[in-house]
Design a protein around this ligand. Structure first.
Ligand code: 8IG
Length: 279
């Protein structure tokens, strides 16, 4: 009996097929920038420009149906006003806690790279460790701690993660909103939230933002050579930081309340990035 996995589809090949399908369906042979919309960020895409194409992600190879309410499984191609840059909006995020492994988690990122995107913008909703950054605060991700034990990289691929989150892209975001702070994002596997002891561990080792996404996607994006901007929306204080217990309703509400501010921030930042790229 053979024990090789060679009969399984190559995930990079599936991503190329997905990129081809998007090019065909959207009429855009390539895209310039890709954007993953996390919890609370769904409204931002509407401000970016004209939606040229939109489809259920499951019509494109390799995308799984969304597991969580509030994570819309929609792909969009948007033409940015002015520069004409094309933005691929990935509304469908697959999480590691869904149990399907890492390849589905990073499929959107690999598809974006195969579609020609040089920049990956990753947004998320997360737990905050700093009481001075209450729910509703957007924070630029400066670095990360991958606490999942997983990686999208196969074999001895020693990808350098210095400046994983591109400093010049954070500068552009601060041109839009100079009150933005920075923080280190730590990805846990989930789906349980952390214990208060785990949150203290995270804080002590240097994390200020805690979530269940983004870090693995950032590694896959850098493997592909993309520039990366990460923005977290603190949607709750992490366990033990606030006397209140965590609730998914709180998360959704914080996203709604911060919606107008973060939508403007994201749309204006993406506009500046693509203006630079196209000039
Ligand atoms: I939204 O407090 C959101 N996602 N791990 N912890 C973790 N993920 C989260 C949290 C949180 N809030």
């Amino acid at each position: 009996m053979t024990t090789t996995l060679e009969h399984l589809p190559d995930p990079y090949q599936v991503a190329r097929e997905a990129a081809d399908a998007i090019a065909e369906a959207s009429g855009a042979p390539t895209h310039d920038l890709a954007l993953v919309l996390g919890s609370g960020w769904a409204g931002a895409a509407d401000l970016l420009g004209r939606t040229v194409w939109e489809a259920d992600a499951t019509t494109i190879p390799g995308f799984r149906p969304p597991a969580v309410a509030g994570h819309a499984g929609v792909l969009r191609s948007i033409e940015v006003e002015g520069s004409g840059a094309r933005v691929l909006v990935l509304g469908a995020r697959t999480h590691l806690y869904e149990g399907a492994g890492v390849d589905p988690v990073v499929h959107g990122v690999r598809t974006a790279a195969a579609a020609g995107c040089g920049t990956m913008v990753l947004t998320n909703g997360c737990g905050g460790v700093d009481p001075a950054r209450p729910p509703g605060t957007p924070v630029l991700i400066s670095d990360q701690i991958n606490h999942t034990g997983a990686t999208p990289l196969a074999e001895a691929n020693f990808v350098d993660l210095t400046d994983l989150y591109t400093p010049a892209l954070r500068d552009l975001a601060r041109e839009v909103d100079d009150s933005l702070g920075e923080g280190v994002y730590m990805q846990f596997r989930g789906p349980s939230y952390e214990t208060p002891a785990e949150v203290q561990m995270a804080r002590i080792i240097g994390a200020s933002l805690i979530g269940m996404s983004t870090a693995l996607e950032a590694i896959a994006a850098r493997e592909a050579g993309m520039d990366i901007l990460g923005i977290s929306l603190v949607t709750n204080l992490a366990a033990g930081i606030s006397p209140e217990p965590l609730s998914h309703e709180e998360v959704l509400q914080a996203g709604k309340d911060a919606g107008p501010r973060i939508s403007h921030l994201l749309a204006e930042t993406v506009r500046r990035i693509t203006d630079k790229e196209m000039s």
